[in-house]
Ligand binder design. Structure first.
Ligand code: ATR
Length: 291
């Protein structure tokens, strides 16, 4: 009697990937494998580097091959939004960017979990945005993903500032159109309009990549205020260092948001919300070990 050849792939394994270009640096496989171990879901999670000129074809192929879900990262979040525009969640529709894709009843669905990832991380740190005055620095994709969730969470004031003032005003106009209920809480301007006292200051710019902090003349921190950098690194970012010297009681980077947004994607795909805490600790340790 001959032994049958082992199957090439285990059909019980649900297939996921993070798609981007470049994508080699992505921590998503580590995070999702840790969630899977925690929840008992059987999955494979890979890195998928899509050619810059064929994002749509790569996505189609992934789902045609039986893939279940994709996380989308730089520079494809806007293209993912376009592809899923008939199946967007409300938050993705307003954000203009999608970081989570899946197929449902033959239709491509898209969500943006960045905002809820940030809110969950703020809550984890005891910093509920309700009733807070928030300064949001930046008007690119990162800022777009979190503006509406912050307003929905009940902040009393959300002031968006950006180096290029026109982009801050455009984001303000888009948010006012999409969610007029919050118009009175929302304002925008250049970096020089950051003066005032803030309960939470969020750096949604990419300045930390160059180890620089945005110039925020006149911005002051209220007692017990938090400075949150959506960027993360092995050591405090330039923004975190500036905030500490400017009197912020608490400073943190965006690693918790990264794990938090992944947890919500995992829940959308697998129906179970994993526990962020232990995975965040493991990821921080991995980062420090420089793995
Ligand atoms: P992302 O998707 O990460 O938001 P992006 O869309 O390219 O990336 O946006 C980058 C953001 O960082 C922008 O708000 C940019 O300001 P400009 O619109 O004026 O370019 C901001 N940014 C980058 N470096 C900065 C710096 N050194 N100081 C202040 N803002 C900076």
């Amino acid at each position: 009697m001959t032994t049958p050849a082992p199957p090439i792939s285990n059909p019980a394994l649900r297939k996921f990937a993070v798609i981007g270009n470049p994508v080699a640096h992505s921590r998503s496989p580590f995070i999702h494998e840790a969630f899977a171990a925690q929840t008992g879901v059987s999955l494979v999670y890979e890195r998928l580097c899509a050619p810059l000129d064929n994002f749509a074809g790569t996505v189609k192929q992934f789902f045609d091959d039986g893939g279940v879900g994709l996380n989308v990262t730089v520079p494809f979040k806007e293209q993912a939004w376009q592809m899923a525009k008939d199946g967007l969640s409300e938050r993705a529709r307003v954000a203009g960017a999608v970081n989570t894709l899946w197929m449902q009843d033959g239709q491509l669905k898209g969500c943006n979990t960045d905002g809820i990832g940030l809110l969950n991380d703020l809550e984890r740190q005891g910093q509920n945005p309700t009733g807070k005055r928030i300064l949001l620095v930046g008007a690119g994709g990162a800022a777009k993903g979190v503006a509406l969730p912050l307003l929905e969470a009940g902040c009393t004031k959300l002031h968006i500032v950006n180096r290029t003032v026109e982009k801050a005003m455009a984001l303000h106009a888009a948010m006012t159109d999409a969610a007029p209920t919050y118009a009175l809480s929302l304002s925008a301007g250049g970096l020089d309009s950051a003066d005032g006292q803030w309960d939470i200051v969020i750096n949604a710019t990419s300045s930390s990549i160059d180890d620089k902090a945005p110039d925020l003349p006149g911005a002051r921190f209220a007692p017990n205020a938090l400075a949150y950098d959506m960027f993360y690194a092995t050591r405090p970012t330039a923004f975190m260092r500036w905030a500490e010297s400017a009197g912020a009681a608490h400073v943190c980077d965006g690693l918790g948001m990264l794990v938090g947004q992944a947890a919500v994607s995992f829940q959308i795909w697998n129906g179970v919300l994993p526990d962020v805490g232990p995975v965040l600790i493991a990821l921080r340790a991995q980062l420090h070990a420089n793995l």
